[in-house]
Design a protein around this ligand. Structure first.
Ligand code: ATR
Length: 264
């Protein structure tokens, strides 16, 4: 019985177990495969991961704060994971740990209207989440600007990955806006913390908020009210999860079942 898991710290609120177990059930694999949440401290991460194959695990998702450590301990890396500098998907086979990153491809899959090729895109943030977003958009040949509260970090990110750091962007100038900061997680007002205005969205724009919680995102509410297309963090979670599940099981993941479970 292959086991799967998400490793995080904390991980209690993760929607991945519900989402993946619903997918496994829909695929008729629930009797064979299972997916659980495992809370691992950073100090214990490497030891825990190295023990997993022996405990019957075929793979694991990795979330905050372990995505860098997951990359560092893997024996083989996908090009995507190596370039982004973070891994969210580990696979265990014959004593080897391989690492991939499905966050980037997951974001692209979640965008309405296909590839963002040629779009002017504004990415907010310069942490791990932003790196995957910037990498994905650049690979699709979008024109990427990066704003971050701490400008040194956005400058550094752009030096490494590409894109243009911006300090006072005009949001109306962008066809795609992605919030990949953590603003909103603790109920902060995005219009106070980010270079966005509540009345600053327009039809034709696509607005993505990677932050999700039990409440609807104020940023996406304002964007939708203005007629912009919106994508929430759960859709991005579902899409990265679907790609991870395909890597482990070789099966196309059932998106609708995963969405329903992730949205509870
Ligand atoms: P992750 O790996 O999940 O992206 P992170 O590396 O801690 O997490 O990055 C969090 C991001 O949210 C950063 O871009 C951070 O900005 P700083 O680099 O200036 O810290 C951003 N962020 C967090 N709180 C913020 C706030 N109140 N206003 C603006 N940006 C904020």
């Amino acid at each position: 019985m292959p086991r799967l898991a998400v490793l995080g710290h904390p991980v209690g609120h993760s929607r991945s177990p519900a989402m993946h177990n619903a997918a496994l059930a829909e695929l008729g694999l629930a009797g064979e495969w299972s997916y659980e949440a495992i809370d691992v401290s950073p100090a214990d991460f490497e030891r825990r991961v190295r023990a997993m194959e022996g405990e019957g695990f075929a793979g694991a998702n990795v979330t905050v704060p372990h995505k860098g450590a997951a990359l560092a301990l893997a024996d083989t890396l996908s090009e995507t994971a190596r370039e982004i500098g973070a891994a969210n998907t580990l696979s265990f086979s014959a004593g080897e740990i391989s690492a991939d990153n499905t966050d980037a491809e997951g974001l692209l899959a979640a965008l309405p209207g296909g590839s963002p090729r040629g779009l002017k895109a504004l990415v907010l943030g310069a942490g791990g989440a932003a790196r995957a977003v910037v990498w994905a958009l650049l690979r699709e040949a979008a024109d990427v600007a990066v704003w971050n509260r701490t400008e040194l970090r956005s400058q550094h990110l752009c030096e490494e990955l590409g894109g243009e750091p911006v300090s006072a962007p005009d949001p109306a100038a962008y066809g795609l806006i992605v919030n990949s900061t953590s603003v909103g997680l603790a109920g902060e007002d995005p219009f106070e913390q980010l270079p966005l205005r509540r009345d600053g969205f327009a039809p034709g724009q696509v607005v993505v908020d990677m932050v999700y919680g039990d409440e609807p995102s104020p940023l996406l509410d304002a964007a939708a009210a203005a007629g912009a297309a919106t994508v929430d963090g759960i859709e991005v979670l579902v899409r990265q999860g679907a790609l991870s599940l395909r890597e482990w099981t070789g099966r196309e993941a059932p998106l609708e079942a995963m969405r329903a479970a992730a949205r509870r």
